[in-house]
Structure formats: C-alpha cells, structure tokens
Design a binder for this molecule. Structure first.
Ligand code: HPA
Length: 271
C-alpha cells in the first residue's frame, strides 16, 4: 500500500513556494550537484510526514528545493533502497510526491558496476533502457488510474530526446560517454562473477541496486525520465575483484564533476 501523499505535499508546500519543473535523484557518492544549486529550502526526510528515512552511509537524506541553471527543481539528496528493507511503495513514495508538487520530469543518477568490456571505472553511461530484476514491482496491487494505466507501456521509459541532448552536451563539454542498458537488482550483495556474466548475457551493460523502481513509478505517472550511471567497478570477465562500498563511493566522487556538468546543461536544455 502507498503511504498517504496529502500530508507530505501539504507539509512541503508550507515550507516552499517553489513549483519544481523537474525532480532529481542523486545516487551514492553523487550528492555534489547540490553545491551548484541556488538552494531555497532544505528539508530533512525525517521531518516530512510519511517519508521513509535514509540509512546508507553517504546519503544525506534531504529534500532540497532550489534552482539549477535557473530552473526550479526538487533534489533528493540520498534515495531509499529496496535492500534497506523498505517496501517498493516506500522506495517510490518521493517520486509521486515530486509529481504532485509539479515535476513532470525525473533525472536520476546512480553508481553502477560495468559489464560492458568497453567500460572503465569512472565512465558515465546514459541509460537507454533497463532490465527489472527486482522481485517486486512498485505498481503491484490495486491500480489508482488517476496516476496511470494498469499496464503501463515501458517501450519509451527513457526519453530519447533527453538522451540525444545529453550526448550533444557531453560532446561539447568533451565528456566521454557511453549509452547502455541498466540492470536493476535487489542487492545488497555485489554480484558473483557468474552473476555479472549472466547480466552481460541477458543484455545489460551496467548493474545497480536502484533506479528501476523509481523510473517505473515515474513512467506510470507520465513523467519524462532520464538516467545516468557512473561506473564505479567492473563486472567484466577476468576483471572481477573484491569490491567495497567505500571503493564505489570513491569512484563516484571522482566522476561527480562530469556528471554534475552534464545535469546542469541538460536541465537548462529541457526546460
Ligand atoms: N553491482 C551492483 N550494484 C552496484 C555495483 C555493482 O557492481 N556497483 C555499484 N552499485
């Protein structure tokens, strides 16, 4: 069941007049974009009625309202992961709140392992499609058709125009970029070598423990979506080695500047 949205929206609207054009989710180690924001108000998740509270290291747990490249945005600094024990509806609750606040676009970043042999640690991948390997779907259960259809189309989940803009921006900023398929897995284990190989065989270029539930919820709600993965480790045959959360965070931090520059330019272009 979805927690009630009304109190969360009313509370937020009592704190800010901003009507965001877009929602932005910053992944593990990728929170630095907030330094580029003209922040109007910053609301800890813990203060917002019905909002889950983030538990992972490196996630600050704040909903930030402000302007990025003069565009009004709402930024989630830290997201909720299924592996933390939240229900899918808790994980995706903020997406519907963003939509109710006026955002009809969603920009997402994440840290991901790379299976594509052309990838290196620190590379960026524009998500052109995903594979849902979570054992659950946030839309399971009674469908409220005021949000969207019972059987949502997922053939255009990631906005093609946004991807094209991002490719052009990356080129003009001399940021090398890949395009690929993101596999969303429940975690919290990183993959075994056999699992990375399996993910490659089924058509994924990168793997991570987020994004897919949020994108499903956003697509269902009619939001235009964009996603970027920062490759923080490699799941390439012969190159799989021990990884830690710290290594993932460190690699994400190193790629953060490129990603932030891209988001800044993209938000301006699409607004
Ligand atoms: N697997 C799953 N999730 C991840 C990885 C990975 O290799 N890297 C960062 N998040």
């Amino acid at each position: 069941m979805w927690p009630s949205f009304d109190e969360a929206v009313a509370f937020i609207q009592s704190k800010t007049q901003i009507r965001p054009a877009a929602g932005i989710i910053l992944g593990s180690g990728l929170g630095g974009l907030v330094h580029e924001l003209d922040v109007e108000v910053s609301i800890p998740y813990a203060d917002i009625p019905n909002f889950p509270v983030s538990t992972v290291q490196g996630h600050k747990g704040k909903l930030i309202f402000g302007y990025l490249s003069k565009v009004p945005v709402v930024v989630m600094q830290g997201r909720f992961h299924y592996y933390e024990g939240y229900t899918m509806q808790q994980v995706c609750f903020p997406i519907r709140v963003m939509k109710l606040l006026g955002a009809d676009k969603l920009l997402v970043s994440n840290a991901a392992g790379g299976m594509n042999p052309n990838f290196q640690v620190g590379d960026l991948m524009l998500i052109r499609d995903h594979i849902n390997l979570f054992p659950e779907n946030p839309l399971r259960g009674p469908n409220d058709s005021s949000w969207g259809p019972r059987f949502p189309d997922m053939s255009h989940a990631y906005n093609k125009q946004f991807i094209e803009y991002a490719e052009n921006i990356a080129q003009s900023l001399s940021i090398p970029i890949h395009k690929g398929v993101y596999a969303g897995v429940p975690g919290p284990c990183f993959e075994t070598p056999a699992e990375y190989r399996y993910l490659r065989i089924i058509g994924a270029d990168a793997v991570g423990m987020s994004t897919v539930p949020e994108i499903i919820t956003a697509v269902h709600a009619g939001m235009q979506c964009f996603g970027i993965s920062v490759i923080t480790d490699l799941g390439i045959e012969g190159q799989v080695h021990r990884i830690t959360h710290e290594e993932v965070m460190e690699a994400a931090h190193r790629a953060e500047k490129k990603m932030t520059a891209l988001f800044r330019a993209l938000i301006q272009k699409i607004s």
